[in-house]
Design a binder for this molecule. Structure first.
Ligand code: SF4
Length: 398
């Protein structure tokens, strides 16, 4: 198998949604069409990066040994004394104009609309930033780490020092809608917590999606260990899939925005020369499916009638001209959950019984590790039921 790939949040998400789309993007390096909202987001991010970079406090907090990838931006502020004053609004808007990305807009009118939106939100961002005077310690910080053996990578928009001496991870969002719930379930923020804590000596105290359109800091506490472990397991699954070269398409709502539909097997058209043969096969398959449905219904009806005859005649073998059928009994247990579950719980057997699953509970009745007395008690609460089917007779005595 290939070496474990280094996963960014976007790569992880792309593969988790659709492995084939991941391959198109990360192995085949196919380009996606430029889009207005991506260009707008890039323009605003770039302006904010250049606005905040000169305000980054020197050496605070210390990065960890060789693993800490410090950049000049971490050290561009003074070592002590008052924080440097942010540039004025005109300076920020000049940066925005210089960083404007013009591609992907459907019309000059649409581009102008987005541009004006950026002016408005950056104007409001500037006044809030000056008022709140946060203490940034890094911007656009490129970090690498490892989670559950999977190499990970990410660029953190902004890292602030908190009042308590810890760190706050901020990720700017220019999307229309964003809620606190988005921040609470964001895998991206969980990944950033791991990246930051493996590179800095101070703990992450909060994780924030900063919604620029409403100037709302959607702030959540640091993730608990279970959330990190859960993400680690899912990263491992993605990493294993990539290392094994599994790139099956997985169609879903994300296909609506996928640029690769023309080359994707889920959406590609059958070439003209094969269409007739394919149509004939599909139509025949449909006929067989409906025959199978009809056959099933008829077999159920025959099964029922044979069962009635077996009971009334007291005969378990029926002979036809070409085949004999023998009545087969199938045993299955039923366990009333209200009686069985407390007993299973009391003996710490609930998960082994699949939460009361009848087949797994019945398996405990034959398990020598379960005390005989408990097995009898369980059996006493259950009911053994028999169902009958008719199968070709392999031991026809005649
Ligand atoms: S169209 Fe859908 S299934 Fe096909 S590559 Fe794109 S996301 Fe995957």
């Amino acid at each position: 198998m290939a070496a474990a790939p280094t996963l960014s949040y976007s790569g992880f998400r792309a593969y988790a949604e659709c492995p084939l789309r991941w391959k198109f993007l990360y192995l085949d390096h196919l380009r996606e069409k430029p889009r207005s909202f991506f260009s707008f987001g890039r323009s605003v991010h770039a302006a904010l990066e250049r606005f905040v970079a000169p305000l980054v406090a020197e050496g605070e907090p210390p990065a960890k040994g060789a693993g800490g990838q410090r950049t000049l931006r971490d050290f561009s502020g003074p070592a002590s004394g008052p924080s440097p004053a942010p540039m004025d609004l005109a300076g920020l808007l000049d940066l925005y104009r210089a960083e404007w990305v013009s591609e992907g807009y459907l019309s000059a009118q649409e581009e102008q609309g987005y541009f004006d939106l950026g002016i408005d939100l950056l104007t409001r961002f500037h006044s809030a930033y000056v008022r709140e005077a946060p203490r940034p310690v890094a911007v656009e910080k490129d970090l690498r780490a490892e989670l559950e053996g999977v190499p990970i990578h990410g660029i953190v928009d902004r890292l602030d020092r908190t009042e308590g001496g810890g760190l706050e991870v901020l990720d700017y969002k220019t999307s229309k809608e964003l809620s606190l719930k988005d921040a609470q379930v964001s895998d991206q923020l969980t990944l950033y917590q791991v990246l930051v804590e493996q590179n800095y000596d101070r703990p992450v105290e909060s994780l924030t999606l900063y919604h620029l359109r409403s100037l709302s800091a959607l702030r959540t506490p640091r993730r608990p260990p279970e959330a990190i472990q859960d993400l680690g397991i899912r990263l491992g699954e993605v990493s294993d899939g990539i290392r094994s070269g599994h790139y099956e398409p997985r169609a879903g709502p994300w296909c609506r925005w996928c640029d690769f539909r023309p080359v994707c097997p889920e959406f590609k058209e059958v070439p003209a020369g094969s269409r007739d043969r394919v149509a004939a096969l599909v139509d025949r398959y449909a006929e067989l499916l409906s025959e199978r449905r009809r056959a099933r219904q008829e077999m159920e009806a025959i099964n029922e009638e044979l069962e009635g005859l077996a009971r009334s005649l007291g005969v378990h073998r029926f002979r036809g001209r070409n085949l004999s059928l023998h009545r087969q009994a199938r045993r299955s247990w039923r366990f009333p959950p209200e009686a069985t579950l407390p007993l299973l719980r009391a003996h710490d057997l609930e998960s082994r019984a699949g939460g009361g699953d009848p087949e797994r509970t019945a398996a405990l009745l034959r398990d020598p590790e379960v005390p005989a007395r408990l097995r009898r008690e369980l059996a006493g609460q259950g009911k053994l039921e028999l169902t009958y089917t008719w199968e070709p007779d392999g031991n026809d005595p005649s």
